[in-house]
Design a protein around this ligand. Structure first.
Ligand code: FE2
Length: 199
């Protein structure tokens, strides 16, 4: 919880042997059985960790926020419930408000007024789009994806229609990172962890 001196509460599991990341992974797996949605969570975690490092922010906190942002989506995909149901459950578990606000912010339910919230919004859809670009390469590997191939598919309106180009561009703008730089940065972060993503 945000307290008056500006410090923020610890993440659940931080004092346990596996730490906050393992705790969050277990929460995710309890709520989410599907491999694709777990992989999406991992991709967003990877991108969030990379941006936290770049901005000198708390890597584990950003990683956990990425990991958990869609934890209720499998059970509650309707936008009248997602991600509110998940946020309520995470609050019960003791997750701090900055993390919860970022998760609500990725669905535009509250203003994205922290760097954490802006980063989550900026990487969420883009990691999905990059994954889609990898999957249409002959090898289906991230190693074959370049900024150029992502941009080519970006312009192809029939490709990955579910990924809203305007929303992805707005995310980069809010984060204050030029779009090409943002795409290249997230792509590089995902490529570094390609094995984990099965790509
Ligand atoms: Fe997501």
């Amino acid at each position: 919880m945000q307290v008056q001196d500006g410090t923020v509460g610890a993440l659940p599991g931080a004092d346990q042997p596996g730490g906050a990341r393992e705790y969050a992974w277990n929460v995710l797996c309890e709520w989410t059985e599907g491999d694709n949605l777990r992989k999406h969570a991992l991709a967003v975690e990877i991108a969030m960790r990379a941006y936290a490092k770049r901005f000198g922010e708390d890597e584990e906190r950003w990683a956990v926020t990425g990991l958990l942002h869609d934890m209720d989506y499998e059970k509650h995909p309707d936008m009248s419930e997602h991600p509110k149901v998940g946020v309520a459950a995470l609050r019960e578990l003791g997750y701090p408000e900055d993390v919860l606000n970022a998760i609500l912010g990725h669905a535009s339910l509250v203003p994205r007024d922290t760097l954490l919230a802006k980063a989550l919004y900026a990487v969420d859809e883009l990691t999905g789009f990059i994954t889609a670009v990898a999957l249409v390469r002959p090898s289906k590997k991230l190693a074959e994806v370049t900024l150029k191939s992502v941009k080519k598919k970006w312009k192809d309106k029939a490709f990955a229609r579910g990924c809203d180009r305007d929303e992805m561009a707005r995310g980069a703008e809010e984060l204050g990172v030029p779009l090409d730089e943002h795409i290249a940065f997230v792509l590089a972060a995902m490529q570094e962890q390609a094995d984990l993503l099965g790509l």
